[in-house]
Design a protein around this ligand. Sequence first.
Ligand SMILES: Cc1cc2nc3c(=O)[nH]c(=O)nc-3n(C[C@H](O)[C@H](O)[C@H](O)COP(=O)(O)OP(=O)(O)OC[C@H]3O[C@@H](n4cnc5c(N)ncnc54)[C@H](O)[C@@H]3O)c2cc1C
Length: 385
Amino acid sequence: MPEAVDVAVVGGGVIGLSVARELRLAGVDRVLVLEREGSVGQGSSARANGGVRAQFTTRANIEFSAFSIAELERLEAATGLLGFHQTGYLLLCGTEAGERGLAEAFALQRSLGVDVRWLGPADARALVPFLRPDGLRAATFHHRDGFLDPHGVVTAMRAEADRLGALIRTGAEVVAAEPAPGGAIDLRAGDDTVRAQHVVNAAGPHAGRVAALFGAELPVAPVRRNLAYVREPAGPDELIPMCVDLDTGVLVRREVSGGFVVAWSDPEDPPSWDTTVDPGFLEQLAQRVGNRFPLLEELPLDPRQCWAGLYPETPDHHAVVGPAPEAPALLHCAGFGGHGVMHAPAAGRAVAELVTLGRCRSFDLHPLRPERFAEGDLVIETAVL
Ligand SMILES: Cc1cc2nc3c(=O)[nH]c(=O)nc-3n(C[C@H](O)[C@H](O)[C@H](O)COP(=O)(O)OP(=O)(O)OC[C@H]3O[C@@H](n4cnc5c(N)ncnc54)[C@H](O)[C@@H]3O)c2cc1C
């Protein structure tokens, strides 16, 4: 007889672990995470920059952030594992169009209860003295944004899931799925067959492949993103907000142990499974970083500490959360792009409510439903970093 569970979660990244934790908190009895690697959190979750922000441009993403920030604060207070530094995010713009977009996002964020502030160039410089102010028109700042250690989030989520009695099986790659009596699904992972009443697809950049095992289509593509590390020979200095130069798309934060992590996403990057650092990235970064952060042009970049990983991307830069139209016992929870670590708490809560209540009470999941791609009804997130 197959092993019977209420919910099988495919993928033990930050999303799958958060889903397992929330399912147990909601009282679901038998929850099993199936992770193909030898340990959890080795996929995209291991490559993230750890940024946490409420400064998005759509209601869906802002509401996921607002919930998740509060939950991450609670988790940090309870476990001390997250290394959550609420330095704020500082978004900077020097163009008229940029300022218009920033003002619209600011108004939406405020209307949803996010305490974001509108700053002039002098206020921005007070937060980050080495900022180049030339042509700077406006900035926004939210003090509860910041950055954390993604590994710490995985560790905390895993510890909670364990403590609450979720089972986590590693070295268990799901390779086949078949319908079983009573609407259940049989999953094959190695020599094991697991019969689940619900399956959650939390396979990150592999979510499209897992969907295909069910005959379902899911446009989640792996897109390489690179990060650079710039040394600071003088040693660690005061933390700064996560700075985003909206004119160039360059992101800069100071590491707790000193130095700067710098990111830039090429919107033209095609999907790829390659996770080596793109040499072109360093060149493109060099052309842009001086726009607001000339100090970084003077400092040595350390190529040994640069890294790359995969965003699980969707065409509208929103996650997919909801039952697959092709197989209603399959719930997708994937496609979180560059915001999966920060949105893991909300993602977990949404799936737990779908399983236990048959609907989501905490969030409006309409913009995240899987059907939207076939319907051509997409809401686009433009604050993609
Ligand atoms: C360079 C970079 C910077 C980033 N910066 C940030 C940031 O600042 N803030 C933020 O919030 N997010 C950031 N992200 C995005 C974030 O890392 C992802 O959105 C998040 O980790 C996705 O989590 P996940 O659990 O869905 O995917 P993953 O962590 O990839 O987990 C999916 C898991 O599924 C497993 N799996 C796949 N197929 C199967 C199968 N068939 N059977 C069993 N297991 C399977 C994989 O082994 C993997 O462990 C960044 C990502 C990158 C690459």
